[in-house]
Write a protein of this length. Structure first.
Length: 111
């Protein structure tokens, strides 16, 4: 049986291609592909078996082709075998503007 998952998303998510780097206190960094993105968070591919407990906070960098990279702090809300779910919790104005511009371009592309 599949498990019941409460979908707490408040913003639409968009499938997108990008890369992330999540800084961890114990193991350096974890890198992989961004599977989907919203203004509030992202679902990330997990290719590493580094221990990442839900509820921990990490520094994250997101990179997309044709966009400046942006950085922020992320709360790990889901850590499965092959996916990581994060919520953004702190991002300066410059990086939030870059994220907002990317979300706006994805919104226009999906209309």
């Amino acid at each position: 049986m599949g498990e019941i998952y409460e979908d707490r998303r408040q913003e639409p998510r968009f499938t997108t291609a990008g890369k992330y780097r999540l800084e961890t206190a114990r193991s350096g960094s974890v890198e992989g592909r961004i599977l989907d993105l919203s203004l509030n968070g992202a679902m990330l591919e997990r290719s590493s078996k580094v221990e990442l407990p839900a509820g921990t906070r990490h520094r994250i960098a997101l990179e997309f082709t044709g966009q400046p990279p942006f950085h922020g702090d992320a709360l790990l809300v889901y850590a499965g075998n092959d996916r990581i779910g994060i919520e953004f919790y702190d991002m300066d104005t410059k990086n939030f503007s870059a994220l907002s511009a990317l979300i706006e371009s994805l919104t226009r592309a999906n209309r």
